[in-house]
Design a protein around this ligand. Structure first.
Ligand code: NAI
Length: 252
């Protein structure tokens, strides 16, 4: 039970990597606030956690909205008594080049992928600091480290996540708050299927391409969750500002 007596917030907790991480956090003993735009899907994850004997609450919220973020934190503190762990994971993608991307789409991607993390940290750091510290994990991407094609706003946003994570680690380390990013390669979630749709590609062919890496397959959400559990737990007590890559060796 590596997260016993910890209270955690997981954003984007209703889907893919967020859902797997919410389940893994609960299995390690944490109480989990499952935050997502999709209220019913968040409730379903909470039901799964409770059925397994864990403690969780669903909170419907838009992570790009400051009032929603403040409500998420207030509700979690009210329900669990404090917050030790935050997984800033909600994210969206637009598979377009700069020429094809509208200014509105750019702002939307940055709102969900980047501003959300700023807002969460702005309001959670004082809560964590008053409680002796905590661990924040932000979902970047392999494309935030090396770039990728036809996803200009996404690549820029995930690069911002990686560097914002380092800046947060520098500012708040002295308060006992560790901040790291987890950077997945292709992971078997709804996002990959959404990318195939946006690119008007055959889903099976698109998913098959994801296997083109040294380990010969795409990742599963639980494999990212396992890395996030480590970063959230005291097992990684001397790790902050790092960009942990979980991508089956997706070097190209
Ligand atoms: P997903 O689409 O399955 O899950 C994302 C979740 O975020 C959904 O439940 C969605 O409802 C929620 N969400 C979206 N906008 C939101 C908002 N404004 N407020 C609250 N919730 C919102 O996707 P997946 O793959 O699990 O993505 C999780 C994170 O992992 C994202 O940040 C994504 O960019 C990142 N990632 C995913 C990779 C993949 O191959 N699946 C690769 C690298 C990074």
């Amino acid at each position: 039970m590596r997260l016993e007596n910890k209270n955690a917030i997981v954003t984007g907790g209703a889907g893919g990597i967020g859902r797997a991480t919410a389940l893994a956090f609960a299995a390690e003993g944490a109480k989990v606030a499952v935050v997502d735009l999709r209220a019913d899907a968040a409730e379903a994850v909470v039901a799964e956690i409770r059925a397994a004997g864990g403690t969780a609450v669903a909170i419907a919220a838009d992570v790009a909205n400051e009032q929603d973020i403040q409500r998420v934190i207030a509700t979690t503190v009210e329900e669990f008594g404090g917050v030790n762990v935050v997984f800033n994971n909600a994210g969206i993608i637009r598979r377009t080049t700069a020429v094809e991307t509208t200014a509105e789409e750019w702002d939307m991607v940055f709102g969900v992928n980047v501003k959300s993390i700023f807002l969460m940290c702005k309001h959670i750091v004082p809560v964590m600091a008053a409680n002796g510290g905590g661990s924040i994990v932000n979902t970047g991407s392999g494309w935030g480290l090396k770039g990728g094609g036809q996803a200009i706003s996404y690549c820029a946003s995930k690069g911002a996540v990686v560097n914002m994570t380092r800046a947060l680690a520098i500012d708040h380390g002295p308060q006992g708050i560790r901040v790291n990013s987890v950077n997945p390669g292709d992971v078997n979630t709804g996002m990959l299927r959404e990318e195939a749709r946006q690119l008007a590609q055959d889903t099976d062919a698109f998913l098959a391409e994801s296997a083109d890496r040294p380990l010969g397959r795409m990742g599963e959400p639980a494999e990212v969750a396992a890395a996030v559990v480590w970063l959230a737990s005291d097992d990684s007590s001397y790790v902050t500002g790092s960009a942990l890559v979980v991508d089956g060796g997706g070097i190209a």
